[in-house]
Design a binder for this molecule. Structure first.
Ligand code: G
Ligand code: G
Ligand code: MN
Ligand code: NA
Length: 254
């Protein structure tokens, strides 16, 4: 079987699974959210990275059912944790370029949110800079349509594309995620430190909350704390984990 054929069957064979990586408030060290990250357990090839199969899903159109399953699963899971009395946290879902451009994205989202019962303010949609190179007015209108549903929108992998913060100003984002290549070694790499700090200050002046990705050491954390970064995500706190494990972390108030 080709990878494409296997991917066609992955959903019905229940080979996809969502992992959750905690997002932590920097001031109090509490979990404030999770990024949902899809995993594919291929029956023969074992774990296949989304870096490999998401682009394939986009090329083949399979991103529609897969993306729908991801959104449904993330919303249902998050609502169910809340119903069990765990501290309410938001869930961040990655949307690919093609998903963002689906004509029926809003209707899908409205339906999924209603079915899950999740308050829309707990859903965060992660978009990358790739969406910003399209028609600006159209993209802003789409973002506003999504925002009018009450969901939050973040700009993922910030710094890896071509957009400056002043360009960003016109788009209605709520959060900005600094790509981990800028966060790496900020305690020893002066260039990265300067860039990261400038991004945080400017983002705050534009009323955006900032999430630093890929935080791996206490030393990096200390620099981010000094510079009033809002949230952190990275192996220092936790790798992406299975739902049961994330639930345990929430329960323990880690
Ligand atoms: O955690 P990991 O190495 O698996 O993530 C690799 C990449 O796959 C990241 O860029 C992440 O944004 C992307 N990714 C993970 N899950 C999803 C998903 O559900 N949808 C989309 N579009 N991308 C995802
Ligand atoms: O592209 P996106 O930011 O959505 O994907 C997040 C990716 O970063 C995932 O592949 C996730 O597993 C990975 N990741 C999360 N935390 C860390 C970290 O601390 N170090 C490294 N190297 N990768 C991380
Ligand atoms: Mn992401
Ligand atoms: Na990212």
């Amino acid at each position: 079987l080709t990878l494409e054929t296997s991917l066609r069957y992955a959903l019905e064979r229940q080979e996809l699974q969502l992992y959750y990586q905690p997002i932590v408030g920097l001031q109090n060290g509490r979990i404030v959210g999770a990024e949902a990250l899809v995993r594919w357990h291929h029956p023969q090839q074992g774990m296949i990275s989304p870096v490999k199969f998401i682009p394939l899903a986009e090329q083949t159109g399979l991103i529609a059912p897969i993306g729908e399953w991801v959104l449904q699963t993330a919303c249902n899971q998050t609502k169910s944790w809340q119903s069990e009395g765990l501290p309410p946290v938001r869930v961040a879902v990655n949307l690919s370029f093609r998903q963002f451009n689906q004509v029926d994205l809003s209707e899908r989202l409205v339906r999924i949110l209603a079915q899950s019962g999740l308050d829309p303010s707990y859903l965060e949609l992660e978009l990358t800079e790739s969406i910003l190179v399209q028609n600006v007015e159209l993209t802003i209108a789409k973002l506003n349509e999504l925002k009018s549903m009450g969901v939050q929108i973040s700009l993922d992998d910030f710094g890896t594309g071509y957009s400056s913060l002043s360009y960003l100003q016109q788009f209605p984002f709520d959060l900005l995620k600094i790509d981990r290549c800028f966060v790496q070694d900020i305690n020893t790499n002066a260039t990265n430190a300067a860039l990261t700090n400038a991004i945080i200050q400017m983002a705050h002046s534009l009323n955006l909350k900032v999430i630093a990705e890929g935080v791996e050491t206490p030393e990096e954390l200390a620099v981010l704390y000094e510079n009033k970064c809002d949230n952190i995500q990275g192996y220092l706190f936790s790798r992406p984990v299975k739902a049961e494990e994330f639930k345990r972390m929430l329960k323990e108030g880690k």
